[in-house]
Design a protein. Structure first.
Length: 567
């Protein structure tokens, strides 16, 4: 027997009973109740592996990952035969961005304990974005051990969805819901599947039928995902209020919200007030929504500041004279007395419309709203003239989203066979070279010139792009930059992709000089580039007769249509 303090309650119980009680509280999510019990147990037996391991697992849930890793490491060293301690240690390492160590450790645990489902399950979770096929294999192992492991079924379904194996994903979501009709996660994923397949009308209805969930992030995620489908079908009035749930509903954005919600600008009078707008998410999102800043400036705030990534700093300083543009690294931790309000850049549309809803017909479409420095444009023109014996059709090419080929949105250069050996056409690389990944090999026959090393920020890239006749890009920041500069642009997309882009093909709501063409079926880049090649041949007329490309005419009557659902 030992007296253990838990809050203001003193317990006189055997240590084993206290341990079981603490574990029961933790399994119910009662972290605050379990924590003092585990701490008290460790005071009694500081080297007991189970006590160390469970407090470590609790610290993971609290986000105290450094302490969690130390506790789990100690437990693992004290009892290396236990699969639980190695599994928990891997979770702590993964949370500390030590993914490869975590995966290697779990592979060892799975090898030594092939019937331990938690190790296989966590391995599947950790491999989802790194190696989806191996993630599926890990989930299959879980289901071999426990055929009714609902989380493994559900998570495996999301991986299959990302791989384009829609029918298999659908079967798993249906199976989860057959076993648990109130499973909000599977119901939400079934709606997401419909959206991914382009059936946004059905997706919206399915989101409406998702059962209530006690998981606040899951419930917010349903609203956030529904907002994206509503945007795609043009129901902006309903979409933008739901889009505000992105901070609570996305694990990627969860820790990205700055300051306090109480001082977020939501449409209050700004005359004489000081507003800090801050960039969020990817570069493309910020490039798209800074179009609203002149409208904010027209409300006569005493001070209007935009805090952004250094890569876009010069571009915005050149383009937005009505705004004080600062490096986000110089943004304070709190507003203090410097600003009265703050606003994430993608919330500007909703705040400006208040108390009215955001309407698709009222999106500011005038371009260009961003501008390149003319001196830099001239420097690029002179440089290009030196390397071009005869003026070709200059086409900028951007083929990768981020640093990886994300979920089929990117293509590889060896998939551009129809673009090879096109007479009179020269391609210029707009995809950034990444120091941490191999250089993309240029296939023989693709006339691709790489000057990207000198495009050190978005201002330099914008100046170079102004020298081009056409930009061809996947759904990435380059596409948004081209649209914001008012350049003739062809977006090449999956059959149903593009969060803020219109369903189907043609001119776009947000960028009038951008035309979107889509794959006829998932993964058919070569078929799409056959169309692109024909268009480029039409454009590559002799230099003296060639006029600037007009992408609004790029869509031909013979262009295949997608089967995306319409509103």
């Amino acid at each position: 027997m030992s007296q253990l303090a838990s809050g203001t309650i003193t317990l006189q119980l055997p240590l084993e009973d206290v341990y079981q009680m603490a574990c029961a509280h933790m399994s119910k999510g009662q972290i605050e109740t379990a924590e003092p019990l585990f701490i008290s147990l460790l005071r009694e037996r500081p080297d007991e592996p189970r006590f160390l391991g469970m407090l470590g697992a609790l610290r993971i849930q609290q986000g105290l990952n450094q302490e969690a890793a130390a506790l789990c490491q100690q437990a693992h060293l004290s009892d290396p035969a236990s699969p639980l301690h190695g599994t928990n240690l891997a979770s702590a390492l993964f949370a500390l961005n030590r993914a490869q160590e975590a995966i290697d450790l779990l592979r060892t645990v799975c090898k030594d304990h092939p019937r331990h489902p938690m190790a296989h399950y966590n391995l599947g979770n950790f491999l989802r974005d790194i190696d989806p096929e191996q993630s599926v294999a890990a989930y299959l192992k879980v289901l071999e051990i426990d055929p009714q492991h609902l989380n493994a079924m559900n998570n495996m379904g999301t991986v299959l969805l990302g791989l384009g194996r829609y029918d298999e994903a659908d079967e798993l979501f249906k199976k989860v819901m057959a076993l648990d009709a109130e499973n909000a996660s599977a119901a939400g994923n079934k709606a997401l599947l419909a959206a991914t397949k382009g059936d946004h009308k059905s997706a919206i209805e399915l989101y409406n039928r998702v059962p209530p969930s006690g998981d606040s992030m899951l419930a917010a995620g349903v609203r956030f995902n529904q907002s994206m489908s509503l945007i795609r079908v043009g129901r902006y009035e309903e979409a933008f209020p739901l889009y505000e749930w992105r901070w609570q509903g996305s694990s990627t954005l969860y820790n990205g919200y700055r300051f306090t919600t109480e001082r977020q600008w939501r449409g209050e009078a700004l005359k004489g007030k000081r507003l800090l707008v801050w960039g969020e998410q990817g570069f493309g999102d910020t490039l798209q929504f800074v179009r609203y800043l002149p409208l904010v400036a027209a409300l006569h705030p005493a001070r209007l500041t935009l805090a952004v990534h250094p890569a876009v700093l010069r571009l915005f300083q050149n383009s937005l004279p009505m705004v004080e543009v600062i490096d986000r690294q110089n943004m304070p931790q709190n507003l203090g007395d410097v600003w009265d309000y703050h606003c994430p850049v993608m919330s500007l549309a909703l705040a400006l419309a208040h108390p009215q809803p955001v309407r698709k017909s009222e999106v500011p479409r005038q371009t260009p709203y961003l501008h390149a420095d003319q001196a830099e444009v001239q420097q690029w023109e002179q440089r290009l003239a030196l390397i071009e014996p005869q003026r070709p059709l200059r086409v900028g090419l951007s083929w990768r989203v981020g640093q990886e080929e994300i979920a089929g949105r990117s293509f590889k250069l060896d998939q551009t066979r129809p673009l090879m050996k096109l007479p009179g056409v020269r391609f210029y690389r707009l995809t950034r070279s990444e120091s941490n990944r191999p250089t993309d090999p240029t296939p023989a026959g693709l006339n691709l010139v790489d000057l990207s090393a000198d495009m050190h920020d978005f201002a330099a890239t914008a100046a170079f792009m102004k020298c081009l006749d056409l930009v061809i890009s996947v759904d990435t920041a380059v596409l948004h930059l081209a649209g914001a500069l008012g350049l003739p642009t062809l977006g090449v997309f999956q059959p149903h992709g593009g969060n803020f882009f219109d369903i189907g093909e043609g001119e776009q709501t947000w960028y009038p000089t951008v035309t979107v063409w889509r794959q006829s079926e998932m993964g058919d880049w070569e078929g799409l580039f056959e169309r692109v090649a024909q268009r480029l041949l039409e454009m590559a007329s002799p230099p003296q007769t060639r006029s600037p490309a007009k992408t609004k005419n790029a869509k031909r009557s013979s262009a295949p249509k997608t089967s995306a659902a319409q509103a």
